[in-house]
Design a protein. Structure first.
Length: 99
């Protein structure tokens, strides 16, 4: 109950990275962009940057809900969130929220 009434704000860098991740994932899945290189060229960033940010679209649904719906601030940086995408879903919340 208290969690629902509490006003929360999320780190704008995290929100921007998640927004990019999902937009780029949709572009790849829809065929709008054939490769990560196509997105990188269009966005004027490196292939590696696109690849790393896009991984955030594959965070577990539970972590995404806590970040976007509940606006829980993670206990980690954007880079740590990207690294968490390599973990099994079962351990992501613990690593992202410091549990």
């Amino acid at each position: 109950p208290e969690k629902q009434t509490q006003s929360r704000t999320q780190d704008p860098h995290i929100l921007k990275a998640l927004g990019r991740a999902w937009a780029w994932r949709r572009r790849l899945e829809s065929g709008e962009a054939a490769t990560i290189h196509d997105i990188a060229k269009a966005e004027k960033v490196t292939d590696r940057f696109v690849s790393r940010i896009t991984r955030m679209a594959y965070l577990s649904p539970g972590v995404l809900e806590r970040l976007l719906v509940w606006r829980e601030p993670p206990a980690v940086s954007v880079n740590d969130l990207i690294n968490a995408t390599y973990l099994p879903w079962s351990s992501k919340a613990r690593d992202v929220f410091g549990e």
